[in-house]
Design a protein around this ligand. Structure first.
Ligand SMILES: Cc1cc2nc3c(=O)[nH]c(=O)nc-3n(C[C@H](O)[C@H](O)[C@H](O)COP(=O)(O)O)c2cc1C
Ligand code: SF4
Ligand code: SF4
Length: 271
């Protein structure tokens, strides 16, 4: 990697991807690179950064795998990136275990815009959906392995040995084109709707502030989930009252990272 400065644009639903992006950033900083993390859902924040005007910065993109592709929030960011004349770019995804070659279509879009792909890593993290119990010990082990992989990936980026696959022929492109539309997300949401339980909701409004799709409104002091949901689970994970759930998938609340880390990434104040 020739760039001295790196901006890593992060989208995280429940915090797993943020943990990985932090581990990667730490290793790059240790090698003397200047690294900042920017919230993908706030494109204006990213574009107004000084680094964005500077030719000598590399772009990192960190997002979760979802429906064998990634969420609308992440695609919107990737699709709206300006053309780049050879700007270095790398990709980090956290997943449950099956990426479906989603790094291929991401690479294609970036190459078409003129970015220079350095490498991509998909790394398995603890399950963030429908957990009946949380096995803290097992999760810590999975997390520790994933951190090591992210750090190794950073070293590969630095010495030029990282790789970026092209995905599965036809299939990953098809899945990416599906993920660009509403179909998979509407289907998922209709199968497993997310609800805010009025009897538990304290009306604090946090979920409405942190929903990346601006899909939660407060009505009569209670949260109401709208239809434009990407099922990213952020509201489920971080509601302080545990009032948001997937009734058809009873589960315990899972957080990959603390609420403060999410708020600090997206530039929101405390609860
Ligand atoms: C709606 C939804 C869809 C998902 N789809 C996939 C998938 O297709 N493949 C996979 O390996 N993991 C999948 N996962 C798991 C996430 O990729 C994984 O838990 C990731 O680490 C979450 O990152 P985050 O906490 O930053 O949101 C999915 C999770 C959710 C909530
Ligand atoms: S975060 Fe939870 S308690 Fe606060 S408004 Fe949303 S649902 Fe209600
Ligand atoms: S309503 Fe919840 S699950 Fe749906 S997009 Fe917003 S934060 Fe994500």
């Amino acid at each position: 990697m020739r760039s001295g400065k790196i901006v890593i644009a992060v989208f995280t639903g429940t915090g797993n991807t943020l943990l990985m992006a932090d581990a990667l950033a730490g290793e790059l900083r240790a090698a003397g690179k200047g690294v900042t993390l920017a919230p993908m859902e706030r494109r204006d924040v990213f574009e107004s950064r000084a680094e964005a005007q500077n030719a000598d910065f590399a772009l990192g993109i960190a997002a979760p795998v979802a429906c064998f592709s990634t969420y609308p929030t992440a695609w919107r960011f990737i699709d709206s990136l300006p053309a780049a004349e050879g700007r270095e770019v790398f990709f980090l995804a956290s997943m449950g275990g099956a990426g479906g070659g989603m790094e291929g279509p991401v690479r294609r879009v970036l190459e078409e815009k003129g970015y220079m792909p350095l490498g991509a890593l998909l790394v398995r993290m603890p399950g963030n959906y429908g957990n009946k119990t949380i096995n803290a010990g097992e999760n810590k082990k999975t997390e520790a392995k994933a951190r090591e992989k992210a750090k190794k990936f950073a070293r590969e980026l630095l010495d030029g040995t990282a790789r970026w696959g092209r995905g599965l022929p036809l299939l990953s492109g098809f899945l990416a084109s599906m993920a660009h539309g509403r179909r998979p997300w509407d289907f998922f949401h209709s199968m497993f709707p997310i609800e805010a339980l009025a009897e538990k909701c304290t009306g604090c409004g946090l979920c409405a502030r942190i929903c990346p799709e601006v899909n939660i409104e407060m009505a009569d002091g209670k949260a109401r989930i709208g239809k434009d949901c990407q099922s990213c689970q952020r509201c489920v994970a971080f509601c302080p009252a545990g009032a948001i759930c997937v009734p058809l998938k009873p589960s315990v609340q899972y957080r990959g990272a603390p609420l403060d880390s999410i708020l600090s990434l997206i530039g929101e104040g405390g609860v």
